[in-house]
Design a protein. Structure first.
Length: 159
């Protein structure tokens, strides 16, 4: 135990000595800043790479969700992303609308269409004036396990 305390004390004294030396401190500070910058740069580069891949595929997909039995989009990051889209560069849009299983097939088809129309209205307000292809699916939302996930629209933007 005595040896362990000496080791810790020795380590603390070495660090204190380094911190007293201005040149070493600035070098240490520079290294720490460079390391943090490298980490931030790597994260930014990954984000940019992902966005470039999306644009290179000429398609960007956004899913927007709705409350049960509602055609008003939930506030979400996906909805906020629409405000950042440069619609002048968008060549076409396809919107698929879905509803969860409760209710009749006819009702859910109408609800999914209303959800699409509420989104089309938002897109028009944001300046997109070209044709928008819409496909209401009603309660047919294969691949989604939870009902909340079926209460959505999927929008594909093509560039």
């Amino acid at each position: 135990m005595f040896g362990m305390e000496v080791l810790v004390l020795s380590h603390t004294i070495e660090n204190a000595h380094v911190l007293k030396d201005n040149e070493s401190f600035s070098t240490l500070t520079k290294k720490v800043v460079e390391q943090k910058t490298d980490n931030s740069t790597n994260q930014i580069q990954k984000l940019i790479k992902n966005k470039i891949n999306e644009v290179n595929n000429n398609k960007y997909k956004i899913s927007i969700f709705f409350d049960f039995n509602s055609d008003v989009p939930k506030k979400s990051n996906a909805l906020e992303q629409l405000h950042n889209v440069n619609f002048k560069k968008v060549t076409s849009i396809i919107i698929d609308g879905y509803a969860s299983a409760p209710g009749t097939n006819q009702y859910n088809l109408i609800l999914s269409d209303k959800r699409i129309e509420s989104l089309v209205k938002i897109i028009r307000q944001l300046g997109y004036d070209k044709e928008i292809k819409t496909v209401p699916h009603g309660e047919d939302c294969l691949g989604w396990e939870k009902e909340e996930q079926c209460q959505r629209i999927d929008m594909q933007l093509f560039f």
